[in-house]
Write a protein that binds this ligand. Structure first.
Ligand code: PHE
Length: 342
């Protein structure tokens, strides 16, 4: 018996424990319920009663020693993260893990880029509700009651009295901004807008605009032109041309429509630019003094400019997309083309 204990003790000291497999073998051979030490405990019965206590103690020490060796070796193995070479080897025959990351939607990409461009010249981002009341979408913006300009906007009304509606433009956020803050104000306001229009390659009933507003002392039309010229060149390339056509909006005076040279056909004429070589990207103008005073800002002291642009249109020009319906069809063959664009 004593010899057996010594032999097992030597084996335990000599055992090589450098891999997970060796460790497991050791556990089964010595520590486990069917291992050598358990067998020695069984043999304790055959030991003469007067020696049993002594042998029992030795066995307990042996058991503790085996456990300690096991624990230490296990910890070392975990720290070194070694293992046999075969266990560590990279299996080159495994199929690759496919990259299933999605892509950002092109409209989100372009919206983020617009924000970046304007942030560089001191604009911050403001937000407002898509369900709006008459005051913020129309009246405060100088749309007279029953004026045909209201009809121009193909409004989706949400209540019989026409006081609840889906906003037809992001200009409602201008109003909210001016009502709640005093100048200087310099913000852009991207968001969804709604109009009751037939869906085609060029128009949709839900689309996105980005509004811009700058109100301060001494803001001029020149500031407006310079700002939009800077934007067009940053967004579409340094050789982009821009032109302003006289126009009308109730909330700006004077008002202009902003065109840039068509990047799809390079001015030769295509279905996006209606064969004209120019594409409208939005409207702009100097904030009408009535709008300033409707919002609690003194038009004798302050002036401002505002602009509103269609994000779909800008995206189509930027990525040469010919049909606006692609944005909402969720065709992965289209969406995947924007992989990796940040
Ligand atoms: N709100 C106008 C539209 O949707 C665009 C615009 C915004 C024009 C700001 C001038 C100033 O058509």
């Amino acid at each position: 018996m004593v010899e057996n204990i010594q032999r097992v003790a030597q084996e335990i000291e000599a055992a090589q424990l450098t891999s997970a497999a060796e460790l497991e073998q050791f556990r089964i051979a010595y520590i486990g319920r069917k291992g050598a030490i358990a067998a020695l405990f069984d043999d304790l019965k055959s030991v003469a009663p007067e020696q049993r206590r002594q042998v029992g103690q030795e066995l307990n020490q042996l058991k503790n020693r085996a456990q300690t060796r096991f624990d230490e070796a296990q910890e070392q193995l975990a720290n070194a993260n070694t293992g046999s070479e075969a266990e560590n080897a990279f299996d080159f025959t495994l199929p690759p893990i496919p990259n299933t990351l999605g892509t950002r939607h092109p409209l989100s990409l372009v919206r983020a880029e617009i924000v970046r461009i304007f942030e560089r010249i001191g604009f911050n981002v403001a937000d407002g509700p898509e369900i709006e009341d008459d005051w913020h979408n129309f009246t405060a913006l100088n749309f007279p009651e029953n004026h045909p300009a209201r009809e121009m906007q193909d409004t989706f009304f949400l209540s019989e009295d026409r006081d609840k509606l889906l906003r037809t433009h992001t200009s409602n956020v201008q109003v909210r901004l001016m009502e709640n803050n005093q100048p200087p104000l310099r913000s852009i306001m991207p968001g969804r807008v709604y109009r009751n229009e037939a869906i085609s390659a060029r128009a949709h009933m839900v689309f996105q605009q980005v509004e811009g507003l700058y109100v301060n002392k001494g803001v001029s039309f020149k500031d407006l032109k310079e700002t939009l010229y800077y934007f067009a060149k940053e967004m579409f390339g340094q050789d982009t041309k821009i032109r302003f056509r006289p126009s009308f909006f109730p909330f700006t005076e004077p008002s202009a429509e902003i065109d840039i040279s068509c990047l799809i056909c390079k001015g030769e004429g295509c279905n996006i630019c209606k064969q004209s070589g120019w594409v409208e990207i939005g409207g702009a103008g100097m904030v009408d003094p009535n709008v300033l005073s409707n919002c609690g800002i003194d038009p004798e002291v302050y002036s401002g400019f505002a602009f509103g642009m269609g994000i779909e249109r800008i995206t189509m020009l930027r990525y040469q997309i010919r049909d606006l319906r692609l944005f909402t069809e969720n065709d992965v063959r289209f969406l995947r083309q924007f992989k990796g664009v940040i």
